[in-house]
Design a protein around this ligand. Structure first.
Ligand code: TYC
Length: 101
């Protein structure tokens, strides 16, 4: 391999590597009002009212629901922001993250 080939490899590889993706998961609880969950979903995850309602109902009925998949940093930032919004309003609303696959 020539020097040139080594440099090219070093430069190209990071750009083609896939980012690690994490799921944001909404957990059900018995206290947070449904409407509040929908409001947080819309504002933090920028999803429309229909989708937010569907995600909330799925978590309510099944216990959890995947909200979205992002790179790990964005997933954690949004899960924390959404959980904090619940805490500030006095609710136990919780969002977690986990690696996608
Ligand atoms: N279970 C809540 C209620 O009945 C509503 C709710 C839905 C809370 C989904 C959290 O992730 C959740 N008020």
């Amino acid at each position: 391999m020539t020097d040139n080939a080594i440099k090219l490899t070093n430069r190209v590889r990071p750009a083609t590597r896939r980012p690690r993706l994490h799921k944001v998961i909404l957990l059900n609880d018995d206290y947070t009002p449904r409407e509040f969950v929908v409001t947080v979903l819309k504002s933090v995850f920028r999803i429309n009212a229909d989708q937010a309602q569907r995600i909330m109902v799925t978590a309510h009925q099944k216990g959890t629901c995947v909200v979205a998949v992002y790179t790990s940093e964005i997933a954690e930032t949004r899960a924390n922001a959404a959980t904090d919004a619940g805490r500030q309003a006095g609710y136990p609303l919780t969002f977690t993250t986990e690696p996608d696959q």
